[in-house]
Design a binder for this molecule. Sequence first.
Ligand SMILES: Nc1ncnc2c1ncn2[C@@H]1O[C@H](COP(=O)(O)OP(=O)(O)OP(=O)(O)O)[C@@H](O)[C@H]1O
Length: 287
Amino acid sequence: MAVKESSNPTVEIDKLSFTYPGIDGHPPPGSTPLIDDFSLTLHSGDRCLLVGSNGAGKTTILKILGGKHMVEPNMVRVLGRSAFHDTALTSSGDLCYLGGEVLGVDLSWRMHKASDGQRRRVQIWRSSFVQVLLLDEITVDLDVLARADLLKFLKKECEERGATIIYATHIFDGLEDWPSHIVYVNKGKLQLAMPMDKVKELSNMSLMRTVEQWLRKERDEERKRRRERKANGLPEFEKQVEGSRVTGDPARAAARAVNNGWAAGRLHSTVAGEENFGFSTNRVLRQ
Ligand SMILES: Nc1ncnc2c1ncn2[C@@H]1O[C@H](COP(=O)(O)OP(=O)(O)OP(=O)(O)O)[C@@H](O)[C@H]1O
């Protein structure tokens, strides 16, 4: 997404590949990357909406960007620095990931607590002059007014202060004119990254209907694949290896992609465990 070519990028993801480590700290045998060949460039002032179905990898991408999972330093640069290795990025407040479990406040808690949590997080951002803000479905428990105010505030921060925001959400209410860019991810792969103006040129539907159309197509194609597998006498669902996207044969382990997530992540457990097997992060939080 190369708008404002003249300024330095604030977020650079270059052929990102990632697999959650198994309990031995290594990618499970036979695994293929959960996030695969994912590249994206954003600049100061960009407000990027990250969309995709449940389990597509949005939270994983945001957490990698937030320095919570180790990847090769050249794969993810935030403000020109490695998000995982340069701990000053987050400790200085230049980079901030806000998700459901930040500060130990789970958004599934009672309304008033969650709302307090949300306010506190925004206050943190405001007071620490965050330059790159990663928002992971943070408005689920906000009422209509609070959400509208927050979105307005965030937009202003980008326009006036040049912050960069990536916002992963399934809630499109009030977002029609919010993002400057939209990024669509499916099964850990980048499907589309483009400025909102371009999206509006290509589709005369609302943002929600446009995204709905993408996700419907994705689901229909997946169903077709499953039907074909079944018709060919194969199991309908491919065998899933924990923490990765697919598949099967441990003999292929030697040829698997280089693991970039072998070390446990910072602040959060990243070990693929039985309790979260097969669930997206938000699903785990909702349990
Ligand atoms: N700690 C973990 N260990 C192993 N696998 C994980 C872990 N966290 C998430 N996953 C897997 O990664 C995949 C992507 O999950 P992720 O939470 O990134 O998706 P998402 O797009 O944010 O989903 P949602 O929209 O439901 O929040 C899921 O299949 C999930 O099972």
